[in-house]
Design a protein around this ligand. Sequence first.
Ligand SMILES: [Zn+2]
Length: 345
Amino acid sequence: MSSVEKVERDKKANESVKVSKERKKLPLWLAGLILVLAGGSSYATIRLLTYVPPDVEPPVITLKGEPEIELKLGSEMPYEDAGATAWDERDGELSVATELPKIDVWKAGEYEVKYVVTDESGNVAEATRKVRVVAPTPVEGAVYLTFDDGPSEHTARLLDVLKKYDVKATFFVIGRDMDELIKREYDEGHSIGLHTFSHNYAYIYRNQNVFFEDLTAIQNKVRDITGHTSMLMRFPGGSSNTVSALYDGGTRIMSRLVTEVEARGFRYFDWNISSGDAGGVSTSDEVYNNVTSRLGPGEWIVLQHDTQGFSVDAVERIIQFGKKNGYQFKPLTMESYGAWHGVRN
Ligand SMILES: [Zn+2]
């Protein structure tokens, strides 16, 4: 070992001695502190000396019930939320603010219930629950609700029901003095069809010229009110009516009219489900049963009259039945499927 090495070794040995001496001092310091704290000090004093870290942990929200809920379209109203609880490490149990959206069980879609809680240190926690309104498997085809002979004093509440369920229908109107209702029908997205101005069999089925004058009169009226020229029409009594034979002088006017309206660019519609509200039926239940019992896969043009209060009363239940069973409600357009009766005069 060289002398230099020896000096280095001794130096290291001294350092280690120094360190070990200092280490031995530490327990004395701690012991002293513990003695001071323990001896003669109250619990409060210890707390003053204890370091309290800031609360940065947000509370934890626990949902009651499932985090995702599926409701069948048309479920019982109203939706009731099971709520949530919140726990914070520092503050314990906290109350949760719930933001509940307006859940429309007649409209398929997804809604979010939101829960928010804030602890005493201002830490915020949020949680959500998904509520899904699920429509049934769609039935192939569609239901076209059609209302003839209006408007009437029952039309406004019919429009309210259609709006409530976001259903568009078709109104085959005549020349009544209720322009504001035709305007409302149009503005709310329904189709306006022409059903002649007078709806007077003895007059319109006299001859072709009179028929088209009367049809043009209601077309002009609808255009004045809505700004739209309707080319949709329905014959009073339907294309299969035989009442026209009483007034046409044996000219088989219906056979000529069905061809002529199309030649002039109109599209006419009959129906394949009659509610029976124009005769034989006088209650809302009968209207409901007549319509719903005939539905099935396919395209259905339903005939009702918004001049009949009891028939209008059945519409809400018909819509509910249709929506629960996967039917799509549509307004008639120039491109729609049509239902036609065989011409009998
Ligand atoms: Zn009619």
